[in-house]
Design a protein around this ligand. Structure first.
Ligand code: MRU
Length: 352
């Protein structure tokens, strides 16, 4: 399995995704500030991987704290959470990961639990979240496999694979599960300008698994769709609003519109932790703006004239009306999403 991130006795080890596919190197984070830098600099990226990294960042911050009483530790936990929360604004999994560990901390602190026990509990919690993320990817893969063509080509945008999760992937998890179930699928990977998650990461991990993969530039999908070369689209998400609007890597919205025009089903695959019931609709999702340099430079080489204006929103929001289904570990949601999301949330709350 591709080791996106791993809790080791000496720290959290991250596969450096900025260096792929040419170099397979690792960055060891030994404190929470380094975890924040790793998330901000996109050494680790992809919503579910960011969520578990944030949880582990909380855990390492608490575990390595030198506070000798709960009042001091609680003040430190607030700083750790704030530092991690300021890294990337769009993927709701970041805030979910922080909250999962913070809630456990608050619960244990309220009972005056001894500090060594709190430390062990938050570390164990973040490791459980790692395992649960892989299990969620496998479960949503199984739900989504039947939606994939028995034979044909599936387009994906960005990287929603093992590298974007703790393993297996969401959109690529659906593709992997379909192939494991005997579907004959080959993948078209949008290159995904400007950070090239498709060309660098999706192509790298699918080739490692011997899944037939072809990279195309972001402006080629309409042409290929018009020629009948694409049977389905599946992408991940960074935040899904309560009405089903889905934020994902910049360029996803355009692909969804094209898919509708050509009658091709467009699916979003994401764990439940990506659904943000507190955000009513997509226009309320914060969109991260990244540095102009990602657009002006490629491989260190300047591509644009000095002084030209640059836009670099990292995500866009696909309105729910373009989405044929939202594939989660709890099952596949269909329109009307406001109802189907609320019903699934209620059913899960009743079981818990
Ligand atoms: O900026 P990134 O690389 O973190 O963006 C990643 C995406 O947009 C993914 O499609 C999304 O996080 C889903 S990952 C399973």
């Amino acid at each position: 399995m591709i080791p996106t991130l791993e809790w080791l006795p000496e720290g959290i080890n991250f596969l450096d995704q900025t260096k792929l596919p040419l170099e397979e190197t690792y960055v060891l984070a030994t404190d929470y500030k380094q975890v924040a830098t790793v998330i901000r600099d996109m050494i680790v990226r992809g919503a579910p991987a960011i969520g578990v990294s944030a949880a582990m960042g909380m855990a390492i911050g608490i575990e390595r704290s030198t506070a000798t009483n709960l009042a001091d530790l609680t003040a430190e936990v607030a700083v750790i959470a704030q530092t991690l929360a300021e890294t990337r604004p769009t993927a709701v999994n970041l805030f979910w990961g922080i909250d999962e560990v913070r809630n456990l901390y608050n619960e244990l602190a309220a009972k005056n639990t001894p500090i060594p026990e709190i430390k062990a509990a938050v570390v164990a919690k973040s490791q459980r979240m790692y395992d649960e993320d892989i299990a969620a990817c496998k479960a949503l893969g199984a739900h989504g496999a039947a939606l994939m063509p028995r034979q044909g080509t599936v387009l994906t945008h960005c990287n929603a694979g093992a590298l974007a999760t703790c393993g297996y992937g969401t959109a690529l998890g659906v593709i992997r599960a379909a192939i494991e179930a005997g579907h004959q699928i080959d993948v078209l990977a949008d290159e995904t300008r400007p950070f090239l998650q498709g060309a660098r990461l999706t192509a790298w991990e699918l080739m490692k698994d011997n899944i037939p993969t072809t990279v195309l530039c972001d402006n080629m999908a309409a042409h290929l769709m018009s020629k009948g070369r694409i049977q389905a689209v599946v992408v991940g998400a960074d935040r899904i609003a309560a009405n089903g609007d889905a934020a994902n890597k910049i360029g996803t919205y355009g692909v969804a519109i094209l898919a509708k025009e050509f009658g091709i089903p467009f699916y979003v695959a994401a764990p439940w932790s990506t659904i943000d019931l507190a955000t009513a609709s997509g226009d309320l999702i914060p969109i991260e703006q990244r540095s102009a340099r990602e657009v002006t430079h490629s491989n260190g080489r300047q591509m644009t004239p000095d002084g030209v204006g640059i836009e670099n929103p990292a995500f866009d929001v696909t309105p729910a009306k373009y989405i044929a289904g939202i594939i989660t570990e709890r099952g596949v949601l269909t329109a009307p999403y406001t109802q189907s999301i609320a019903q699934m949330a209620e059913a899960a709350a009743a079981i818990a």
